[in-house]
Unconditional design. Structure first.
Length: 459
């Protein structure tokens, strides 16, 4: 193959493993993995592969990678899993990998290792880097301070454009790459911003003070939650957000890739907690770990389900007289639950993005009543017609139509109410809202249908 073609980016991309190919090596063929091809493989895929291996095999695979490549893999993995892998390494290897990581990623790993191991590793890092990590460890990992990077390019307003460009060239390997440049005073207080493009367009002897922007948006305090920071960045459409202390001194910046990770983690956790799974749970987790996270909510669900069962048992005699009620009960509860779940998911999203205000709540309930009424009339009519065709009884069609319409209205209102109520109680709206919603709606929809059915059909 000609060298030009052989070195083409597309060809090089083919010289890597897919996750499926890596997993195929797991059955006693790890020796056959090509280190060069492994280094070209997506760090995310390698990380997913490592999660399927035991500790000894994980170390064997990582020894095929350079410290730089291994750090990229560990940064893509869950921090608890990465920390466990790091703890099994020799100190020299672990230190090299930590030094290759961004400070915020290194802190995530160190916070998840045993305190004794953490202090030993910090003692073997360079004094400057260890001090940087210790400072970051003072912040809660779920705050802006916990996800910021302190490596940021700063300029002084007294610099000329030419001096600033020379300074950026000298510091290019020591700071986070960004088009945004932050201007600070002699006390490191943030006073403005400029961009690389502005420097290129400006005259070489022009002062930074003359070209910088003094009005700044999206400035964060280190104590702000990382979810609030992510929302701020999406609203501001910013590449980076500065983090300042109470005196206005620049502590670091939060980059867009950090925010992407925050949003990804938050969305994943919310989706899992919505159904009672652990927010940080993975499909490859140990059996006992997953059981411990899921079982408490399943127990709660069991007790709530007993309420629906008791409602049905209360109508056992009437159901024996009119067995067709049992056939349509499932249809009523499923459609009511689906209608409410649609509203539930939208309401949780609105609360997560701070789109729902207190003044909107009453209007939302009114709208959901109207929406549920229209949907109920449409679906109820269709279901009622099918009930008549199936049973040959007009009264059965009336029962299905009326009960389904009423229950879809109730489902819509409950779908909005449950997450809003949890938010007001200062609880996480995403945390098993589905279980709570279903626990309330099922007994109600069951009772309404059976009560109306026995009133209309039983003598």
């Amino acid at each position: 193959m000609p060298s030009v073609i052989q070195n083409h980016a597309v060809v090089r991309k083919l010289e890597q493993y897919s996750l499926e190919e890596l997993v195929a090596f797991a059955e006693g063929a790890l020796d056959a993995i090509d280190p060069v091809k492994l280094a070209n493989t997506s760090p995310y895929d390698v990380g997913c592969f490592l999660e399927r291996l035991d500790s000894e095999d994980q170390q064997f695979i990582l020894r095929k990678l350079s410290s730089s490549d291994a750090s990229l893999v560990l940064a893509e993995m869950n921090s608890c899993d990465s920390a466990e892998i790091l703890s099994e390494m020799r100190d020299n290897r672990a230190v090299k990998i930590l030094e290759e990581l961004e400070p915020d990623d290194a802190v995530d790993l160190l916070l998840n290792v045993e305190i004794r191991d953490r202090e030993r590793l910090l003692g073997k890092l360079s004094r400057e880097f260890a001090e940087t990590l210790r400072n970051l460890m003072c912040y809660d990992p779920d705050t802006a301070g916990g996800v910021m990077t302190p490596y940021v390019t700063t300029l002084r307003d007294s610099m000329t454009v030419d001096q600033a460009i020379q300074y950026i060239r000298r510091e290019k390997n020591e700071t986070e790459n960004s088009d945004i440049l932050y201007v600070v005073d002699h006390l490191r207080r943030l006073i403005g911003t400029t961009t690389v493009r502005d420097l290129i367009w400006a005259k070489s002897q022009q002062a930074i003070a003359d070209i910088m922007e003094r009005d700044m948006i999206g400035v964060c305090k280190p104590s702000e939650s990382k979810q609030d920071v992510a929302l701020t960045m999406t609203e501001c459409h910013a590449q980076t957000l500065p983090v300042v202390d109470n005196q206005g001194r620049l502590l670091g910046i939060i980059t867009y890739d950090d925010v992407i990770n925050i949003l990804h983690e938050s969305a994943t956790a919310d989706m899992q907690k919505l159904y009672g799974a652990g927010g940080d749970e993975h499909i490859t987790d140990d059996v006992w770990y997953s059981v411990r996270r899921r079982t408490p909510w399943l127990v709660i669900n069991l007790f709530f389900t007993l309420i629906s069962t008791s409602v049905i048992s209360g109508f056992a005699e009437q159901i024996q007289q009119v067995t067709i009620l049992a056939a349509f009960l499932n249809l009523i509860t499923i459609l009511s639950d689906n209608a409410g779940s649609q509203v539930l998911s939208i309401a949780i999203r609105g609360l997560a993005l701070d789109e729902l205000l207190s003044i909107d709540i009453k209007r939302i309930y009114v709208k959901e009543i109207l929406k549920g009424s229209v949907s109920g009339l449409i679906i109820g009519t269709m279901a009622g017609v099918m009930a008549v065709l199936w049973t040959g009884k007009a009264i059965m069609g009336l029962l299905v139509f009326s009960s389904l319409t009423i229950n879809m209205i109730i489902g819509g209102v409950l779908g909005a109410f449950v997450p809003i109520f949890l938010k007001r109680m200062k609880l996480d709206p995403a945390n098993s809202s589905t279980i709570i919603f279903t626990a309330i709606l099922e007994p109600i929809s069951t009772f309404i249908f059976l009560k109306m059915g026995t009133s209309l059909l039983c003598k």
